[in-house]
Design a protein around this ligand. Sequence first.
Ligand code: BV8
Length: 250
Amino acid sequence: MMDLRNIVILTGAGVSAESGIDTFRSAGGLWEQHRVEDVATPEAFVRDPELVLRFYDMRRAAIQTKVPNPAHEALARLDHAWEGDLLIVTQNVDDLHERAGAQRVLHMHGEHLNAWCTACDVRSRWTTTLIDCPPCPACGATALRPDVVWFGEMPYRMDEIFAALRSADLFVSIGTSGAVYPAAGFVRNARDMGVHTLELNLERSQGSAWFDETRLGPASELVPAWVEEVLESCPLPWKRHRPTPPPGHP
Ligand code: BV8
């Protein structure tokens, strides 16, 4: 294994699929039940706010009945054990990475469990519904929307993501179709900066040709195996909780 210090991991809906959360583009996925234009754009929200709010209320409720799977748990284990830089950039709006214990998580497409006030711009944790136009906890206005990045809106914290990619030694993409930009372009950004790239996915994606290596299979199997491989093969001191033995000791 190369001299590995800094890792950027991109996750998509496939990492949550085995937790029972619908993906978007697999057969029977979310977008097959709803046209993107109808539910995941600012124009849709203006045109039919009730449809959009019901779509997100349904998904916000659904994710709270799901639990992390072995892929989320393995990534949380890596996050806690890894002394180098590590960033889990997720396109997912569920909180399964956090509920598995991961801490270095960046939600580039927002989060189901936040409501965003379009009057005062404050984001509040939200676990119930928005269809009933509840007042903003911060300003009282009835102007809350899902804190989710819709198509045509700028993903969150892009500067941080590109800074992490610039200093990465390894970029790993897990459970994403490579259909949505700018996330789908990260592998090319990484390659252009000389970063090694690995894809873990159930099937080949739209971006597979750009990866140095692609491993195919369910995330619940591939991710724990990859995490163990990294933790076992990378030289100390890049492992937290295993203090470097004093000189003269093995
Ligand atoms: C923007 C939140 C710019 C909503 C989502 C080129 C450059 C830049 C932009 C564009 C571009 N070309 C087009 C665009 C516009 C657009 C875009 O990319 N359109 C696509 C359709 C062509 N992008 C945007 O609009 C983005 N904004 O670019 O802004 C800008 C510039 C200036 C000023 C303003 C703006 C915003 C995109 C964000 C949209 N919001 N989510 C919600 O969740 O409801 S995107 C949505 O798709 C989710 O976040 C989802 O995560 C994401 C990507 O999908 P995947 O995660 O990959 O899920 P999918 O179902 O597709 O695939 C699942 C994969 O998992 C499959 O490969 C499957 O095989 C695999 N899998 C399944 N089971 C398993 C598994 N793998 C392992 N194990 C398993 N068990």
